[in-house]
Ligand binder design. Structure first.
Ligand code: PLP
Length: 412
């Protein structure tokens, strides 16, 4: 039906299928243009993008600050290799360490989330230990090292053997973590919220407990903030939220969890590929000359893009905006009886449906002009641009019951 009414999209899909490897399945749309949180397809139809390129397009599409930063940097100095340094690279590293607020730290710049995690994985090996304790339901990327740290069997099995000495424990279970971590553990690796799993939120104090357990055994605490970082949750980093700190703090409030390694990517470049592995304190000195490298990592254009994203989040007060809009969206989505649970912080939102209808809901949303993601058969994920307007959020909430009617049948 879509193909009859959307000739350009259908033709594009055919060419795509003929010449692009079939790693992602058929694309839902052929997109040609974007502005703010809106995108247009090849047949001229407009959509509100509530997925933001999977938590990537922090500033939406075509933000002037990002366009200007990338254009100017490309016109000035586009690439030099890591035999040389550039201003944007140094400035970005300084800025990330400052925003992390964990004291002195050092940064390795990469081109994606997987690559940031590969750097961190290698860094953990330089402790002299090899074991990494990871959570079930985790997603850390698709390259061989990152895949070894990712729990989903369907992703792993076709590519075994993967790098070894990875132990999986149930996410959010402090006792299981305490039982698994020993004096041979190099690192505990956790997401502050599991994005790909449909935005799963651990119990309060889980990360603080992981910090204590890591300290007891001389292991590193590595937080994968590839999806949750850079303002997505209404904070620069999701682990800054007080909910992760438990009750170990002072009268001034619980002290924030201080990780040894943080990896970021997705939202950092606002759509320009970049990733970063941040090593706090001594962890920042574990990788030494010859241990790791990247031809493109830290190139000045990507760093200029990231600096523009960080500056714009600050200038447009987006952390506050994200917090307010996140509450509005979660409250509105939860009001429908066909939604059994809504989770998340800021503009990383996951919801459970009362039936396994997530694929149908995503399709019905698309037909209504909204891009959402069916993270699992029962779970919908939203990760819209941080610049999503309240009007767009209201329009989506107004359409939401009709979208569910279409996909799941009307409530009686
Ligand atoms: C997306 C994601 C990755 C992988 O990032 P890529 O840029 O796709 O390689 C790693 N970790 C988390 C938590 C992610 O959400």
């Amino acid at each position: 039906m879509t193909d009859q009414t959307a000739p350009a999209t259908a033709a594009g899909r055919e060419r795509y299928a003929a010449r692009l490897m079939n790693t992602f399945g058929p694309p839902r749309l052929l997109l040609t243009r974007g502005e703010g949180a809106h995108v247009w397809d090849a047949d001229g139809r407009e959509y509100v993008d509530l997925l933001g390129g999977i938590a990537v397009n922090a500033l939406g599409h075509g933000h002037p600050a990002l366009v200007e930063a990338v254009s100017n940097q490309l016109a000035t100095l586009g690439h030099v290799s890591n035999l040389f340094a550039t201003g944007p690279q140094v400035e970005l590293a300084e800025r990330l360490v400052e925003l992390l607020g964990a004291g002195p730290a050092k940064v390795f710049l990469a081109n994606s989330g997987s690559e940031a995690n590969e750097a961190a994985f290698k860094l953990t090996r330089r402790t002299g230990r090899t074991q990494v304790v990871v959570a079930e339901g985790s997603f850390h990327g698709r390259t061989m090292g990152a895949l070894a740290l990712t729990s989903k069997e369907a992703y792993r099995t076709p590519f075994e053997p993967l790098p070894g000495d990875v132990v999986f424990v149930p996410y959010g279970d402090v006792d299981a973590l305490a039982a698994a971590v020993t004096d041979v553990t190099a690192a505990i690796l956790l997401e502050p919220m599991q994005g790909e799993a449909g935005v799963l939120v651990p119990p309060e104090g889980y990360l603080a407990a992981a910090r204590r357990i890591a300290d007891e055994h001389g292991a590193l605490l590595w937080l994968d903030e590839v999806q949750t970082g850079i303002g997505r949750t209404g904070r620069w980093f999701a682990h800054h939220s007080a909910r992760h700190s438990g009750h170990s703090g002072t009268a001034a409030g619980p002290s924030p969890v201080v990780p040894d390694i943080v990896t970021v990517a997705k939202g950092l470049g606002g759509g320009f590929p970049i990733g970063a592995c941040i090593g706090v304190g001594a962890a920042g000195d574990l990788l030494q000359p010859g241990n790791h490298g990247s031809t493109f990592g830290g190139n000045p254009v990507a760093c200029a893009a990231a600096l523009a994203v960080l500056a714009t989040i600050e200038a447009e007060d987006l952390l506050e905006h994200v917090t307010v809009l996140g509450h509005k969206l979660r409250d509105g989505l939860a009001a429908d009886p066909r939604v059994s649970e809504v989770r998340g912080e800021g503009l990383l939102i996951g919801l459970d449906l009362t039936e396994e209808a997530a694929a149908d809901v995503a399709t019905a949303a698309l037909e209504a002009g909204y891009i959402v993601n069916n993270a699992t058969p029962r779970r919908i994920r939203l990760a819209p641009p941080l610049v999503l307007t309240a009007d767009d959020a209201d329009a989506f909430l107004a359409a939401w019951p009709r979208i569910l009617d279409r996909a799941m049948g009307a409530t009686s």
